[in-house]
Design a protein around this ligand. Structure first.
Ligand code: GLA
Length: 730
C-alpha cells in the first residue's frame, strides 16, 4: 500500500519507493504539510505542524489567528483571510468579497487514478498507482476543494491536482486555482528553472532563493519559449549524483506560474498552477472546475535521479501514442531545404534521394495549401495548392509511397491569416477586442478555440486532409502567442476565462485527432519548442525541440530538455551548414551524433548537399537503427555539461539491464597541449566487465565509473565520438 491513514493522529502517509510525503490534519480541520523527502519506514508523527508552539492553533489562541494562518504549513492555502503568503485559491462570493477557508471534510483512498475531464493527465493501472482524495470544505460558501494525490510508487512520483465544486446557493468567481503547494523549511535552497527564447529554448538556470518571491511564468497563452512550467528546489552542492531535489512540473500548455517564496520565518512556499493574472472562472451552483495536474518528484540522489524519475514516469504514465515504445521512422523535412519554394517535383526529388540513404518518411512542411508562398496568407485555408502540388495531394502521397517512403504533413490549425478565405468569411473567428485592431504576429491572428463551431471547423479541415490520403505523420505547429483576448461569443465580464478555454479547445482538437487516427505519429511544435510541455506529450510522443538545429546550440537545448523529458520526445534533425540560424559550421558527423539523442531526422536539401555529407547519411541511418531502442528506452546519465565547462559535453544512455551503455562525447573547443580527458562515466554495473565496441579493450564497470575513462584528444572544434560499451556476458 502506497497510502496509509493514521486514524488517531490524523496523518496521511504517502510512500513511493524512495520518498515519503506526510499530510496532517489539526483538531480544527486545517490540512497541513508535515514532510516530504527520504522514505520513512516507521509510523510518522505530526509535531512538525508546530501546533503546540506560539502562535498556537486558532482553537487555543483565536486572537492571533492571522499569525497562525500566516505561518502554518498549508497543503492548500486560500487567500483573503490572513495567510499573506501566495495563496492557491482566491474565491469571490456573490457580493464580490474575496475570502475562503478550507477544513477537512472527508477522504477516500483507492487504487488506480481517475481521468481529469478535458485535460491531459497521467494514468496508471490499479497495480501501478494509488490515489488519495481529501475533500475540504468552506461551509460559508458551500464550496468544496478536492485535493488529489496519485502516488506512483515505482517512479517516485506524486501527481497532484485540485477540483473546486460549488455546492452552495450562489455563483462564485474563482480568481486563482493553483494545482499544488509545498510548504517546507528553507534548507538554503537553490532554484533551478529552464529559460530561454526562440531558437534557444530551455537553458538550465540556477540561482539562490532569496527572501520574497521568485517566479517563472507565462502569460503568452502557451507554455512558451521564454520560461518553462518547471521548478526544482535543491540543497547547496546538488549535482548529478548527490543532493536533495524537490521538483514540480506542470501538465498544462497555457499560462502558468511556478513560484518560490522565502518568508519571514525561513519557510519556503513553492506553488504551481494556471497563472492567476488574466484568469477567472465563474462557477455556478452545482458546477465544478478542474485544475490541471502537477507532477511532483523528490530525489535524494541529485539531479540525475530526478531526470530518470521524470523520464520513466512520462514514458510509462503520460505518453499514450502507439509510437511511445516504437522506433519512429527516420524523416526528412523540407522546411530548411526549400522553405516555401517547392512543388511536387522538388519533393519527389528529395524523396528519391532520401530513399537511397535509408530515410523512411518525407514530411511536407509549410506552404502546400491555399495560395501560400510566404508567411502572410492562407492559414485556415486547408486545401491543397494545386499550382504547387500538381495533381493533388493524394497523387503526391501515392508517388512518395511508391518510392518507398511514408508521408507526413505540416499544419498550423489554431491560426488564421487576415489574407485567407476563412478570414474573409468569418472575421469574428479570430480573437479580437471590439473596436481595436488585433495585434499581428508573423502576419497572423489566433482562432477563437473557446467556440465549439470554430473547433469543429478546424477539426474537420485537418481530418478531411488526413482521410483523403495515406498520411502517417502530422507536425502540428503554432507560430504565435495569444493577444487581444476578445470573443464575440463570450458573455460580458467573463473574458478572463478565455486563455484557459483556448487551451481546453486545443486539447479537445488533439484528443479528437488521436481518437480518429490512433496510428498517426503526431509531433507537436510551436515556432520550435514554445509548447514543449507534459500536456502536449499526452497527445504526441515527440515535440519539435527548437528551430535551432545547430549542433552546438542543441547541446544546451537538449541538456535542458533532457533534464526532465525522455530523449525520445525531443525532435532532433541533422540540418545543412552554415547553420541557418547561427551561421556555424559543424561536422556532419557531429550533427548526426547530437540528433541521435532525440527522435532523429533530417532537415536539408539532400539533392544539394555535398557528396561527402550525403555519403554519410547511410551510415547515420544505420546507426539510428542500431541504437534507437537503447536511446528511446534506456536510462539517461548526464556526464559533463558544455553549458558549465564551456569546452565539452557528454551524456550516456544505459539499457535497463545495464548490458550496454552508449556514451556520446562532443569536444566543442579544441585545447592545445592537454592529456587525454578523464571522464567519470555512469550507468554501468560496478562489478561487470564491458568491452568497448570496435576495440579489444575490456574495462570493469567500477573502473569506468569511479576511476574514469580516458577520452583521447581530438583535433578540431565541434568534433564528436560515440563509445559503445557492451557487457562481456551479453
Ligand atoms: C515553425 C516551425 C518550423 C517550420 C515553420 C514553418 O517555425 O518551428 O519548423 O515548420 O514554422 O512556417
Amino acid at each position: 500500500m502506497a497510502i496509509y491513514y493514521q486514524e488517531q493522529k490524523k496523518i496521511f502517509e504517502l510512500h513511493t519507493k524512495n520518498s515519503t510525503y506526510l499530510i496532517g490534519v489539526t483538531p480544527e480541520g486545517y490540512v497541513g504539510h508535515i514532510y516530504y523527502g527520504e522514505r520513512l519506514w516507521k509510523e510518522a508523527d505530526n509535531y512538525l505542524l508546530r501546533m503546540a508552539e506560539i502562535p498556537f492553533t486558532p482553537s487555543v489562541n483565536k486572537r492571533e489567528k492571522s499569525s497562525f494562518l500566516d505561518s502554518f504549513p498549508m497543503e492548500y492555502p486560500t487567500g483573503g483571510i490572513g495567510d499573506y503568503r501566495e495563496s492557491c485559491l482566491n474565491v469571490r462570493n456573490g457580493k464580490g468579497q474575496m475570502g475562503s477557508e478550507l477544513f477537512y471534510l472527508s477522504h477516500e483512498i483507492y487504487r488506480g487514478k481517475k481521468k481529469l475531464e478535458g485535460l491531459p493527465a497521467s494514468f496508471g493501472s490499479e497495480g501501478e498507482v494509488e490515489t488519495l482524495e481529501i475533500v475540504l470544505e468552506d461551509q460559508i460558501l458551500g464550496m468544496r476543494a478536492v485535493l488529489s494525490y496519485s502516488v506512483f510508487e515505482k517512479e517516485d512520483v506524486i501527481a497532484r491536482s485540485v477540483r473546486i465544486v460549488n455546492g452552495g446557493q450562489e455563483g462564485l468567481r474563482l480568481e486563482k486555482v493553483f494545482s499544488a503547494c509545498l510548504d517546507m523549511d528553507n534548507e538554503d535552497f537553490e532554484m533551478i528553472n529552464l529559460c530561454g527564447s526562440w531558437a534557444r529554448e530551455r537553458h538550465i538556470q540556477k540561482g539562490v532563493v532569496r527572501y520574497g518571491k521568485q517566479a517563472v511564468s507565462s502569460l503568452r497563452g502557451e507554455s512558451s519559449h521564454q520560461e518553462h512550467p518547471f521548478m526544482a528546489l535543491v540543497t547547496p552542492g546538488t549535482d548529478q549524483r548527490q543532493g536533495r531535489v524537490y521538483a514540480m512540473h506542470f501538465v498544462y500548455s497555457g499560462n502558468f506560474l511556478a513560484q518560490t517564496e522565502l518568508t519571514q520565518y525561513d519557510s519556503v512556499r513553492m506553488v504551481m498552477g494556471i497563472h492567476g493574472e488574466e484568469f477567472s472562472w465563474d462557477l455556478a451552483p452545482g458546477e465544478a472546475f478542474q485544475a490541471p495536474e502537477v507532477i511532483l518528484t523528490y530525489s535524494g540522489e541529485g539531479l540525475g535521479k530526478m531526470s530518470r524519475s521524470f523520464h520513466d514516469f512520462y514514458r510509462k504514465h503520460m505518453i499514450r501514442s502507439v509510437y511511445n515504445h516504437r522506433k519512429r521512422p527516420i524523416l526528412i523535412n523540407n522546411w530548411e531545404a526549400t522553405y516555401f519554394e517547392f512543388d511536387n517535383e522538388k519533393l519527389l526529388q528529395i524523396a528519391r534521394e532520401a530513399k537511397k540513404c535509408g530515410i523512411e518518411m518525407l514530411v511536407m512542411d509549410d506552404g502546400w495549401f491555399g495560395k501560400r508562398n510566404f508567411d502572410d496568407n492562407s492559414l485556415g485555408d486547408w486545401f491543397v495548392n494545386e499550382k504547387k502540388i500538381k495533381g493533388g495531394l493524394k497523387k503526391l502521397v501515392d508517388e512518395v509511397n511508391g518510392i518507398g517512403l511514408e508521408f507526413g504533413i505540416w499544419f498550423e490549425p489554431e491560426m488564421i491569416s487576415p489574407d485567407s478565405d476563412l478570414y474573409r468569411a468569418h472575421p469574428d473567428w479570430a480573437f479580437k477586442i471590439e473596436g481595436r485592431e488585433g495585434t499581428m504576429c508573423r502576419n497572423q491572428y489566433v482562432l477563437d478555440l473557446s467556440r465549439a463551431d470554430v473547433v469543429d471547423y478546424v477539426y474537420e479541415a485537418v481530418a478531411k486532409i488526413l482521410r483523403g490520403a495515406n498520411i502517417r505523420y502530422v507536425k502540428w505547429d503554432m507560430n504565435r502567442q495569444l493577444s487581444d483576448m476578445g470573443s464575440v461569443r463570450m458573455e460580458a465580464g467573463r473574458h478572463q476565462e478565455l486563455f484557459h478555454r483556448y487551451v481546453l479547445g486545443l486539447y479537445e482538437l488533439q484528443e479528437r485527432l488521436v481518437t480518429e487516427f490512433p496510428e498517426l505519429l503526431l509531433e507537436n511544435c510551436s515556432g520550435g519548442g514554445a509548447r514543449f510541455d507534459p500536456g502536449m506529450l499526452y497527445y504526441s510522443p515527440q515535440i519539435w525541440c527548437s528551430d535551432d538545429t545547430d549542433a552546438v546550440e542543441r547541446l544546451i537545448i537538449q541538456e535542458g530538455t533532457g533534464l526532465i523529458y525522455p530523449l525520445s520526445t525531443m525532435g532532433a534533425h541533422v540540418s545543412d551548414c552554415p547553420n541557418h540560424i547561427v551561421g556555424r559550421v559543424t561536422p556532419f558527423e557531429t550533427r548526426g551524433h547530437v540528433a541521435l539523442a532525440g527522435s532523429f531526422g533530417y532537415e536539408l536539401d539532400i539533392t544539394k548537399i555535398s557528396e561527402a555529407d550525403r555519403g554519410m547519411i547511410q551510415g547515420q541511418t544505420e546507426m539510428y537503427h542500431k541504437y534507437n531502442d537503447l536511446v528511446r528506452e534506456g536510462d539517461y546519465y548526464r556526464i559533463a555539461s558544455y553549458r558549465e565547462n564551456h569546452k565539452f559535453d557528454a551524456w550516456a544512455v544505459a539499457s535497463r539491464d545495464k548490458r550496454e551503455v552508449l556514451v556520446t562525447y562532443v569536444q566543442v573547443l579544441a585545447e592545445p597541449n592537454k592529456h587525454s580527458r578523464k571522464l567519470h562515466l555512469q550507468g554501468f554495473e560496478a562489478d561487470a566487465m564491458y568491452r568497448l565496441e570496435g576495440t579489444e579493450q575490456v574495462y570493469s564497470g567500477e573502473m569506468l565509473m569511479y576511476a574514469g575513462f580516458l577520452i583521447e584528444p581530438m583535433q578540431g572544434d565541434f568534433v564528436s565520438r560515440l563509445y559503445h560499451f557492451v557487457r562481456e556476458d551479453a
